[in-house]
Design a protein around this ligand. Structure first.
Ligand code: IPM
Ligand code: MG
Length: 354
């Protein structure tokens, strides 16, 4: 099969972790006889520095003509403490999501036996936890009307959702739940927010159409607590953009490392695969960042964009082997730790050998 991939390394550790994922993608392509064609695009602060736009038109064209996008990370500290910056790297990520119509962000939360002792939760609470958070990605407060008034002294962001936006993400979430353990938790703040009441109304209308799936409703504050107390009770969780942003960062740490969790953003045009962690600027260029979340994002790319499950599985097996053997970066190492590039080489070599 021909695999046309756009590679957007982005900022901070983005280039080095994407490089490791590409070593693994190349090993998989060779092993399974796929023809691999890939091209790099600019995004984030790197793109602002070069062309003044965090998601340039050429990058969008490249994404549109590719079958999948492998994305690193976006963000640079020089913008974080400057609320007046006219253009920010994160706007590139949001523009990409919006223009590619990526309305669903799939974030699986899985625990690894060999890392349970790294979790901030007790082993018995977290062992075996496995759920998927489906975050709406192109609506809500991220994209609603925003601005300033009173000479800049009052600021507002608006959380807007249409019935259509809610229906399409719930439909996708129900389909996911149907392929897993038939339980869907709809997370909202319907006791306070009108937008959440529309979410709940739509969910209640749709639920009878999925009689095999148990629909549960949960307020977001309660969900934040339950992720810590009973993570094993979740199967598929679906929520709006900002609640999903916050809850998935929370959920990621219970696995023992933020450096492990991949994600897929899917919707209307080309899907994007990226780690859920950020650009970790303190580690940039030091060859210490954990490449596993990006490597697992590549596994999701094979599975979701190309429907190649064997290819995804061998990557997952290779990652599990590196964790089991302790061939890992410093963030999760017990004794000896390995460099980003060494872990990438090891996982790619495992794919070649197995
Ligand atoms: C994420 C990130 C982004 C978001 C930032 C970088 C804009 O936190 O993908 O979760 O808030 O969506
Ligand atoms: Mg986030």
């Amino acid at each position: 099969m021909k695999l046309n991939i756009a590679i957007l390394p982005g900022d901070g550790i983005g280039p080095e972790i994407v490089e490791q994922a590409m070593k693994v993608v190349k090993a998989v392509a060779q092993k399974f006889n796929h023809e691999l064609a890939y091209e790099y695009g600019l995004t984030g602060a790197a793109a602002i520095d070069k062309v003044g736009d965090p998601y340039p038109a050429e990058t969008h064209e490249l994404c549109m003509k590719s079958d999948a996008v492998l994305f690193g990370a976006i963000g640079d500290p020089k913008f974080d403490n400057n609320p007046k910056a006219p253009v920010r790297p994160e706007q590139g990520l949001l523009a990409m999501r919006k223009k590619l119509g990526l309305y669903a962000n799939i974030r699986p939360v899985e625990t690894f036996e060999s890392l349970l002792h790294k979790s901030p939760l007790r082993r018995e609470l977290v062992e075996g936890a496995n759920f998927v958070c489906i975050r709406e990605l192109t609506g809500g407060i991220y994209f609603g009307e925003k601005g300033r008034k009173d000479n800049g002294n009052t600021a507002f962001d608006t959380n807007t959702y249409t019935r259509e936006e809610i229906e399409r993400i719930l439909k996708l979430a129900y389909e996911f739940a149907g392929k897993r353990n038939n339980k869907l938790t709809v997370v909202d703040k319907a006791n306070v927010l009108e937008s959440s009441r529309l979410w709940r109304e739509v969910a209640q209308e749709m639920a009878p159409g999925y009689p095999d799936i148990k629909t549960e409703y949960m307020f977001v504050d309660n969900a934040a607590m339950q992720i810590i107390q009973w993570p094993k009770n979740f199967d598929v969780m679906v929520t709006e953009n900002m609640f999903g942003d916050i809850l998935t960062d929370e959920a990621s740490v219970i696995t023992g490392s933020l450096g492990l969790l991949p994600s897929a953003s899917i919707g209307i045009h080309t899907s994007v695969f990226e780690p859920i962690h950020g650009s970790y600027p303190q580690a940039a260029g030091k060859d210490i960042a954990n490449p596993i979340a990006t490597i697992l994002s590549a596994a999701m790319m094979f599975e979701y964009a190309f429907n190649l499950t064997g290819e995804g599985k061998i990557i997952r097996d290779a990652v599990a082997a590196s964790l089991a053997e302790g061939y890992v970066t410093v963030d999760i190492a017990e004794g000896k730790s390995y460099k980003t590039s060494e872990v990438g080489d090891w996982i790619a070599a495992w794919v070649e050998k197995n």
